[in-house]
Design a protein around this ligand. Structure first.
Ligand code: AMP
Length: 571
């Protein structure tokens, strides 16, 4: 095992990292630093997050950059503001005992003029998120012609988030002579295409096993009816009283709804999604980071780059649209060599995706049974007793109150006392779980008898139809995107010329109406949705509702990516 000095780094850099507490290089640092220090070759590093990538590229970068020149010589691109800020702060720490550098972070959600001012003062290194950098390029506020090094950090996440076009544009503004260093946890087709288009004969380095998930993650799934997922979630939370968990939902509205339901039901939960302001997001993240928040419910995009230690469980309310997302989601647990549990809540229809993932990740998924009422009660009771045993008694202050307490309880035996203390907290669980049904689906039943399918519901009129260029798939995506009502809850659809009808499960009707109320426009036209009577005209045509319930329509303009995270009611 080599020391940082032996890798060829200057004394000042070595002293800086030692000051931070890095004693010996991590495997990726040991392998990448000597190669990158040569400064003349494109580089691809395939490594999970949390392996020490930042120092692996940051230290050579600082070594290679001319601190006496004010030209912008290096550009580091990261998928999220949070990761960008983390990289900037790491780079600044690495220079502490080295040379003074001007490192500027450029990211959305903060004053652009302030960032332009800092860039103009002469930033030798710019750390940017792609979207904001494009803004600066468009405003001609940044000169990328002197760039010698481009680092693409978490390239797979940037591409997953829909930054492909932005990356193409940014790279086209950098000189051909630059070296490109790309880091990615996975190697999907899109990353390979960036390598093919923008890199020549890169040095490829794999740390750990390619395309396998983190071996410290136990992958589980529970199989329940779609309508029971929230109940199953509560049981899992109740069965893990010490949980520090991240719950993923597919849409912003589901995220908010689940978080609100949990809060209402007494859990210490909050939501993180793109409809929140930057300040709101920062506040939630701060609470989660310092563990005053126990459960964070998040969308894929909002949770990207989250690097919070000791997350014990990642729970997926449904399987993500993209398989890569599963790796990103579950990779939020089991960081820094710790163990973690990932639980996918699936309906029977999603079982195929689990099997597919098992193959991709080369990791078995164990079916976990949703705990029964008595099991949860048992767990809670033990946790309560554990608390009793562990509670710190303030001998001095409680002392003077005790005689009265002893007097009050003097007739009760030890057993009687224990029973009563336990019941104070415990009755709530007993009441709740008294008649709790088994939520697990029997995996031998035929798939269409599992109740996942939409049955019948309220009927709605919408003033959009074929004349608006919509077909059943795009209409479904539109309704789902605006209302947050999952497509599985949307049923029979009749598309007419200028208007259409569709059905929605009864308990989702209010949500749907409220989300459509006011302010939703489609191609400049105000969208109107009203509940309507069911026609009594014999058997209706089934239309294609069954087909489009299977999954998102490919090529839909409403598909989640960057845009679904932005608050917009115009379509
Ligand atoms: P990164 O993958 O760069 O985000 O690093 C993951 C974590 O490992 C961060 O908390 C770093 O501060 C830490 N780290 C990186 N390199 C080392 C090292 N050589 N020794 C100890 N900790 C490190």
């Amino acid at each position: 095992m080599k020391s940082f000095e032996a890798l060829g780094l200057s004394k000042g850099l070595v002293e800086s990292v030692q000051q931070i507490g890095f004693e010996i290089p991590t495997p990726i640092q040991e392998k990448a630093i000597p190669i990158l220090l040569k400064g003349n070759r494109d580089f691809v590093g395939l490594a999970q997050t949390g392996t020490g990538k930042t120092a692996a590229f940051g230290l050579p970068l600082l070594e290679l950059i001319d601190a006496d020149s004010r030209n912008t010589q290096a550009l580091v691109l990261a998928p999220t503001r949070e990761l960008g800020l983390q990289i900037t702060s790491d780079l600044e720490n690495f220079t502490e005992k080295f040379k003074p550098f001007n490192i500027v972070a450029v990211y959305g959600g903060s004053s652009i003029s302030e960032q332009i001012r800092k860039v103009k003062r002469g930033a030798q290194i710019i750390v940017a998120t792609p979207g904001r950098l494009i803004d600066l390029i468009d405003r001609k506020a940044i000169n990328l012609s002197t760039i010698q090094y481009v680092v693409l950090d978490e390239a797979d996440e940037m591409l997953n988030m829909g930054f492909k076009e932005d990356l193409d544009k940014i790279l086209s503004f950098t000189p051909d002579t630059k070296s490109t260093w790309l880091f990615s946890a996975t190697m999907p087709r899109e990353v390979k295409s960036i390598m093919k288009n923008y890199m020549s004969d890169p040095y490829e380095l794999t740390v750990g096993e390619q395309n396998t998930g983190n071996v410290n993650i136990e992958h589980h799934y529970v199989m329940v009816q779609e309508k029971d997922k929230y109940l199953a979630l509560k049981r899992i939370l109740d069965d893990n009283p010490e949980i520090f968990g991240l719950i993923f939902c597919r849409t912003r509205i589901d995220t908010q709804r689940i978080a609100e339901m949990l809060m209402k039901d007494g859990y210490n939960a909050d939501a993180l999604h793109g409809d929140l302001t930057q300040q709101q997001r920062d506040r939630v993240m701060l609470k989660f980071r310092n563990r005053s928040l126990q459960i964070l419910v998040a969308t894929d995009v909002a949770a990207r780059g989250i690097d919070v230690e000791d997350i014990s469980h990642v729970i997926h309310m449904n399987m993500p649209d993209e398989m890569e997302f599963y790796t990103h989601r579950s990779g939020r647990t089991a960081r820094a060599g710790k163990k973690g549990i990932s639980i996918a809540m699936i309906s029977r229809r999603e079982l195929g995706r689990v099997k597919q993932l098992e193959k991709t990740l080369k990791s078995p998924f164990k079916r976990m049974m949703v705990p029964t009422g008595p099991q949860v009660c048992q767990k809670q009771l033990i946790a309560l007793m554990h608390k009793v045993r562990e509670v710190k008694v303030n001998e001095e202050e409680i002392g003077e109150f005790l005689p009265a307490v002893y007097e009050e309880l003097k007739d009760l035996t030890k057993q009687e006392l224990i029973k009563r203390f336990a019941s104070i907290e415990f009755n709530r669980f007993l009441d709740y779980y008294r008649n709790a049904p088994d939520l697990n689906l029997d995996d031998r039943k035929a798939s269409d008898s599992d109740g996942d399918r939409y049955v019948t519901g309220s009927r709605f009129f919408i003033n959009l139809g074929k004349m608006d260029g919509l077909d059943a798939g795009s209409m479904l995506s539109f309704i789902e995107d605006v209302s947050g009502v999952n497509r599985k809850s949307i049923g029979k659809m009749e598309l007419k010329g200028a208007y259409s009808f569709f059905e929605v499960e009864k308990d989702k009707a209010d949500l749907l109406l409220s989300e459509f109320k006011g302010g939703v426009e489609f191609k400049g036209r105000q969208v109107r949705v009203e509940m309507t009577e069911r026609r009594n005209s014999g058997p209706r045509k089934e239309s294609s509702s069954r087909d489009f319930k299977r999954g998102r329509t490919s090529g839909s303009t409403f598909k989640g990516s960057k845009t679904t995270e932005q608050k917009r009611r115009r379509y």
